[in-house]
Design a protein around this ligand. Structure first.
Ligand code: KG4
Ligand code: ZN
Length: 339
C-alpha cells in the first residue's frame, strides 16, 4: 500500500505545500511573497502575516492537485527550522493542528537536510538516477553555505561552511549595490548571460581548509563600484551585464574550488548541489563541465526543487516515516541549526 505524506514549508518567504506518494511527487504548490521586494529584503513580520493568509489555500490546492482526499494522508511533515521564527510558527502550528485533527503522525524536518534530500524526489512516469551514499553536497542558499558529507538520509556531516556571509547573500548584496530589487540572485544570473565574466576582477577570499568566506568579496565589489561611480555616474547602467557576470564568476569559482578540494580530501567522487543558489545557471554549468571530465559524477536538482519548496519536505518526511521517527505536539521551531 502506498504512503501519502503532506509536506509543509514556511521557513522564509515562500508558503509551500506538497503531496508525495512514497518517493513520487504528486503536487508542489508555492505561494511567493512579492511584498518584500519593496523593502530590499525579507521583512519577518510581513512574512509571518503572508504565511497566515496563504497556508490554508496552498494546502487545499496541494491536496486537490494530488488527486487525493485529506483522509488518504498517512503523515504530515513540516519544516521545524532553521529559518525565521514567526514564519516557522505558522507552518508548525498548522502541521500540529492538522496531525491532531486527522489523528496522523507529525514529522519534523530540518530545512537544510531537506534541500539535500530533494535529490531523491521522483516524478510520475519519469524516474531519474539518484546519488548513492556517501556523497558530497554543496548546500547553498540565502542563509547557508555548507559542504556536507551525506552518509545516509539523515546522517550528514558538515565538513565546510561559511565563516561569514552565505553565497546567496553575496549574490543578493551585490545586486543591492547595483540597485537591483530583492532577491537579486536570479537577476544577477539573468544579466550575467549577456556579460563578460572576465571584465572585472574581484579579490577572492583565501581561507584555509573547506570553509568559505564571502564578506571580503562583497566589500571588494562595493569599493570597486563606489570608486567607478565617482568617475562616471552611469557606470552601473553602462556595465551592468559585465558586473553581474564578473561577480557571479567570482562566487561560483570560489564555491567550486572548495568543493573540488573536498572531493580530493574525502575521496568521494559523487557530488551534488542544493539550495536556492543551485538554481544559478553558471553553477549548474560548472557542475555539468565537471561531469564531462569523467572524474566526478554530479547531481543537479530540478530547477523547481532548488529554491524553497515543500516537495523536499515531503520526501524527507517519507524517509523519516519509513524509519518511524515521529514528533509530538509540544515541539517548537528553531531559528538556527545546531552545528
Ligand atoms: O534556498 P532558498 O530559496 O532560501 C533559503 O533557504 O535561503 O535560497 C534563496 C537564495 C537567495 O539568496 C537567492 O538570491 C538565491 O538563493 N538564488 C540565486 C538564484 N536563484 C535563487 N542566486 C543566484 N542565481 C540564481 N539563479
Ligand atoms: Zn532554503
Amino acid at each position: 500500500m502506498p504512503t501519502y505524506i503532506l509536506g509543509i514549508e514556511s521557513s522564509c518567504d515562500d508558503t509551500s505545500a506538497a503531496v508525495i506518494r512514497d518517493n513520487v511527487i504528486l503536487s508542489n504548490i508555492i505561494a511567493n511573497q512579492q511584498v518584500h521586494s519593496l523593502y530590499g529584503g525579507v521583512v519577518p513580520e510581513l512574512a509571518s502575516r503572508a504565511h497566515q493568509q496563504n497556508i490554508i489555500p496552498v494546502i487545499h490546492e496541494a491536496i486537490k492537485r494530488a488527486g487525493i482526499s485529506k483522509n488518504d494522508l498517512h503523515a504530515v511533515a513540516f519544516t521545524r527550522g532553521p529559518g525565521l521564527l514567526g514564519s516557522l510558527l505558522v507552518g508548525t502550528s498548522f502541521a500540529k493542528a492538522f496531525a491532531y485533527a486527522m489523528e496522523i503522525p507529525l514529522i519534523e524536518i530540518d530545512h537544510m537536510q531537506a534541500h539535500i534530500l530533494a535529490h531523491f524526489i521522483q516524478n510520475e512516469n519519469n524516474s531519474k538516477p539518484v546519488p548513492r551514499f556517501p556523497f558530497l553536497c554543496l548546500t547553498v542558499s540565502g542563509g547557508h553555505t555548507q559542504i556536507v558529507q551525506v552518509n545516509d538520509y539523515f546522517t550528514m556531516q558538515v565538513i565546510g561552511r561559511t565563516i561569514d556571509d552565505a553565497a546567496g547573500e553575496a549574490f543578493d548584496k551585490a545586486a543591492k549595490i547595483m540597485g537591483l530589487p530583492y532577491p537579486g540572485g536570479p537577476l544577477v544570473d539573468k544579466y550575467a548571460k549577456d556579460g563578460n565574466p572576465l571584465a572585472f576582477k574581484f579579490a577572492r577570499p583565501v581561507i584555509p581548509g573547506l570553509d568559505y568566506s564571502f564578506s571580503g568579496l562583497k566589500t571588494s565589489f562595493l569599493y570597486f563600484v563606489r570608486d567607478r561611480l565617482k568617475e562616471n555616474v552611469d557606470f552601473i547602467e553602462q556595465n551592468r551585464d559585465d558586473l553581474c557576470a564578473s561577480i557571479q564568476y567570482a562566487i561560483v569559482g570560489t564555491l567550486m574550488e572548495k568543493l573540488m578540494l573536498a572531493v580530493k580530501q574525502t575521496g568521494i567522487n559523487q557530488v551534488a548541489i542544493a539550495g536556492g543558489v543551485s538554481a544559478n545557471s553558471a553553477l549548474r554549468k560548472a557542475m555539468t563541465d565537471l561531469q564531462d571530465t569523467g572524474r566526478v559524477e554530479t547531481f543537479i536538482p530540478e530547477f523547481s526543487y532548488s529554491t524553497d519548496n515543500a516537495a523536499m519536505i515531503a520526501i524527507a518526511g517519507y524517509y523519516r516515516f519509513l524509519s518511524g521517527e515521529f514528533g509530538n505536539l509540544s515541539m517548537s521551531p528553531y531559528s538556527r541549526s545546531a552545528d
